[in-house]
Design a protein around this ligand. Structure first.
Ligand SMILES: C[S@@+](CC[C@H](N)C(=O)[O-])C[C@H]1O[C@@H](n2cnc3c(N)ncnc32)[C@H](O)[C@@H]1O
Length: 202
């Protein structure tokens, strides 16, 4: 039986658009290294961009339909060899044994009871000096209609992310009012959080 995300990605291609998140484009350009991880990557909009910039990318999502689209978009963009797709629960994904230079968490909202575990897992994927780049909806998004979970406990706030990502050196942590134009499911005025944190060098 197909799950929620498989159905959504089967019904519409480019649910969050085909273009990458502008914040990912901006922040990835400041990163050094060669290996990026995108858990909860959906259809691959950010994976394709990273590969086009020369990164080797591991893309993970529990939706087989999303990952099939990611593989196809990567191939069509001529970067199929740089993008590996994994259909897996992100909490079970081990990843590269030496870790990643950058981990991108884009709209990776989890149920409250596993969010902290997932964020700890995200930190465990980093090499020393590696970065987490995160964008997602903040709690004020609940009254808006531009996307995101309708369960308030799945939305982010700064105090919670600061606690979840203790151990990273925070370079950026801010709530932002913006207007999303990312496919049919992220459209309009939105309340988001943007975070960049770096794992300490050993
Ligand atoms: C809102 S979409 C965001 C997709 C993508 N990051 C983007 O911004 O275009 C959330 C994605 O998280 C995936 N997801 C949710 N929980 C997951 C889990 N535990 N393991 C792997 N993927 C998960 C869903 O399948 C879905 O593709």
């Amino acid at each position: 039986m197909k799950g929620h995300w498989d159905i959504r990605y089967s019904e519409t291609e480019g649910v969050y658009g085909k273009l990458p998140s502008p914040f990912w484009v901006q922040e990835l350009s400041k990163c050094s290294g060669h290996l990026a991880l995108l858990p909860c990557e959906g259809e691959g909009r950010n994976a394709v961009l990273a590969a086009q910039k020369g990164w080797n990318v591991d893309a993970v999502d529990s939706s087989a339909v999303g990952m099939a689209t990611c593989a196809r978009w990567s191939k069509e963009a001529g970067v199929g060899k740089l993008v590996k797709t994994y259909v897996a629960d992100a909490l079970d994904f081990e990843g590269a044994s030496d870790g990643y230079d950058v981990v991108g968490l884009f709209y990776a909202h989890m149920p409250n009871d596993i969010r902290q575990l997932f964020h700890r897992k995200a930190m465990s994927w980093l090499k020393p000096g590696g970065k987490i780049i995160l964008e997602g909806f903040n709690s004020r998004q609940l009254t808006l209609h531009s996307g995101g979970p309708k369960d308030a406990t799945m939305l982010f706030n700064i105090a919670q992310l600061e606690s979840d990502f203790q151990g990273l050196v925070m370079e950026q942590m801010e709530t932002v009012q913006t207007t999303l134009d990312e496919g049919p499911f992220h459209q309009g005025k939105a309340e988001i959080i943007r975070m960049v944190g770096t794992a300490p060098q050993l």
